[in-house]
Design a protein around this ligand. Structure first.
Ligand SMILES: Cc1cc2nc3c(=O)[nH]c(=O)nc-3n(C[C@H](O)[C@H](O)[C@H](O)COP(=O)(O)O)c2cc1C
Ligand SMILES: Cc1ncc(COP(=O)(O)O)c(C=O)c1O
Length: 213
């Protein structure tokens, strides 16, 4: 397998303390915009790692659905494996792997369930098929056969004809990840990369540090 021995050069484009936005959320928004402009697949996809009650870490991809000065929002099933882990331990790590741009952003923080109104507002904007799928799926639970899921979906489609209002299942909603640190990583030649990390301070400001590659 050729990829295992390849040494791709990540280029000369650097990231420095002068050019980076001193507000890391604004800097993140700039990089997300650049990932969108570069037309990479699902630029808002992020890997979220959680730790369960037994200390076992797990990771999976979710989509970033909201971004403001308070944090990063995503939606999921509160009774899923990740939902249960977050109830036991709200500490998370987020990773945006923008390989096509030779960039990654690593976030450490705490996940809090948003209020019901926030979840309702997002759920109402989803396509009806995705709304029904949220009802049909006990996310992360084993099921004997695909056909059982398809039958559940067919029953829901009969119950909610196209265009009718589908309420949000209580088990489904959004989380906001409040960041305690945000690291911007820019790949460079010779594996001599740039890493700038913001750490949240108690007074609401951010400390900026350069980390060794
Ligand atoms: C590109 C991509 C985006 C995804 N987005 C979400 C999402 O926003 N919310 C979600 O619950 N699952 C999403 N999934 C599915 C999750 O990766 C995962 O399979 C699911 O949430 C169950 O995870 P868990 O069993 O660890 O709780 C996505 C998967 C991929 C590949
Ligand atoms: C199971 C699941 N839930 C939620 C989402 C994200 O929300 P939305 O479907 O509204 O894009 C995804 C996206 O892939 C998903 O797979």
């Amino acid at each position: 397998m050729e990829s295992l021995t390849r040494h791709t050069d990540y280029g000369a484009k650097g990231l420095n303390e002068i050019d980076i936005n001193q507000n890391p959320m604004a800097q993140f928004a700039t990089w997300l915009h650049e990932a969108e402009q570069a037309e990479i697949f699902e630029p808002n996809a992020m890997v979220i790692s959680t730790v369960d009650a037994d200390g076992q870490p797990t990771s999976r991809t979710v989509l970033l659905k909201g971004l403001d000065d308070t944090g990063f929002e995503f939606v999921t099933n509160y009774e899923s494996r990740k939902g249960k882990s977050l109830r036991a331990n709200p500490s998370v790590a987020l990773l945006f792997p923008w390989y096509a741009l030779k960039r990654q952003v690593m976030i450490v923080g705490t996940a809090v369930a948003t209020d019901a109104a926030t979840s309702d507002a997002y759920f109402a904007r989803r396509p009806q098929g995705a709304q029904l799928a949220a009802w049909a799926s006990d996310q992360s639970e084993p099921i004997a056969r695909r056909e059982i899921l398809d039958e559940r979906m067919a029953a829901l489609e009969a119950q909610y004809p196209e265009g009718t209002h589908v309420p949000r299942p209580e088990k489904w909603g959004s989380f906001r990840v409040v960041p305690s640190s945000i690291e911007f990583w820019q790949g460079r030649s010779k594996r001599f990369h740039d890493r700038l990390r913001f750490t949240a301070l108690d007074d609401g400001t951010w400390k900026l540090e350069r980390l060794q590659p």
